[in-house]
Structures are given as structure tokens and as C-alpha cells.
Write a new protein. Sequence first.
Length: 293
Amino acid sequence: MTDLDEVRRALRAQESLAPDPGDVLAVAARRIRRRRTISVAAVTLTVAALGVGAVGVLDRGTAVVPPATLASPSPTAATGPAAGGKVPPDAPATSLEDSSWDLMFWAVQPHFASVHYAQEHRYAFEIEVRDGTAPGSAAAAKPSAAGQLPHPQSVMWQDGPDRWVWVRTTKPVTAAEMLTLLAKIGTKPPVIASPLKSLRVPGGQKADSFTAEPETNTLVLCPDSALGKAPLDSRCFSLIVSLTSRAADSGFPQDPLPLHQHRRLGAYTLEIDSTHANGQAAREVLDSVQLTR
């Protein structure tokens, strides 16, 4: 199901009750954000390419390139700071150093990190870094000649014994143009003005995924045995901090985290999803949140 389908389904499900449209769209947007952060397959090039102004309710869109199979990670592999220990985690140590592209958001999971850019409200560019061994079609090292790029819009290479990189764009670039962009990928972490500063992590929980975008953070906490699993495990918590004016009061009954709670902190809305059994623990997480401003 695509993100657009998700919004349409939400509207259809509530149509007979004639709800406030803002509440329905808030629920749909919340679910879209969470799904994006918990799924490494949620490639987000299409809607991001349509422009920053289109991301409000529909978020970042749907996959336009099938994701590669995630290789078995090595215990010593490193994609840079990953989700798991520190909350919130640090930004990945990779970025596109080209001022003609605007940074949209970055996301991390254990053994996975991605950074997304947009250009001219038309195109998208994504850098994805994963631990493990690259697919067989990937280059053995970062390409250094245009002839090594048979498909310039999607390029993979092994970037060390236990790390590989996938770069893709919706922009119709030539091999030479893509090679120029690849040369501008560096190790400087991307900087986004996100609000989440700290929170109290419940015992036995770790960061399963984290996304930073302007004025918004999405965090999923799960126990070790549930990290990286899809669909989301019912023992997890899903938190969104955003600069919004309203939050929907309820989730969907079929959601593995059906209890939705929220509070306001300054200009920000804090929302957390959990099971009803974990409702008190979720509220304590919500009340522990500290923001950077």
C-alpha cells in the first residue's frame, strides 16, 4: 500500500462518521511517518521529488526503485552512528556536499542510514548506507569513471569489508553528471534543526529507528528481540515530535499500537503510540521529553 493509498483509506474509513478532516489526515500522516522510519524498504524519492510543499500530509511518497535485499550484517560493521544505544542517535556520517540540493531528512536504524535531498521542487537524491555485503550487481568500489555507471540514476558499491552504499536520484542525469555528484559525497554529518533533545527510555527498550527532518522527529523504541521487525511489534513505542497545531485523539483499532496519546510542549505537539497495556509507560515517556527549544 502506498502512502497516498494510506490517506485515501483513512478518509474512506471515517467518511460515514463525517469527522473533522484535519483529525483524519493527522492520523494518516502519523502512520505514514512511522511506517517510513520502521521500514528500510520505504524509499521516498517520488513525492520528495515533487517538492517540499507536497510533503505535509502525504509525507515523502512511495518507492520508485525496488530495495535491495538487506545482507546479514557483521557485528563489527558500521554505517556510522546507528539507532540502538544513544537516544536520540547522532546523524549518519555521510552527506551530499552540493548547495544546489536541499537537505530534506535523514534516518537511521541499526545497520542502516539514509540521507535525502530535493532540488528545484522537482527531483530527489538519496544516499543509503548499509552494513553487510552489497548485492552482486554492485561495483567493488566507489565508481571513478563514467563507464562504470551503466544505470546512472541508481549506483551501488561496496564501501569496505562490511559496508555498502546505494545512491539514487529521480533526476535524469548522465553518467558523467552522476559521477560528479558521487565525488561530492563526503563524511560530514547532515545538519537539520530538529526539536528532540532527550527523553527517558523505558527499561529493556532501544531505538529501533529515528528520523530527523525540519521541526520534526520520529522515534520508534523496541525491545532487542523486536528491533528491525515489520510489521511493528506490539511491545514497541512510536513517538513523533512535530511543529503542528493539532493531533488526532485516536489511532486505528487494527494498528499493533492502538493507543494514541499526545501533549503540547511549547509550540510542539508530542504524540506516542503504544498498546493499552503499555499506556502508563508510554505516558511517562511522553512526559519525559525535553526539546532543544
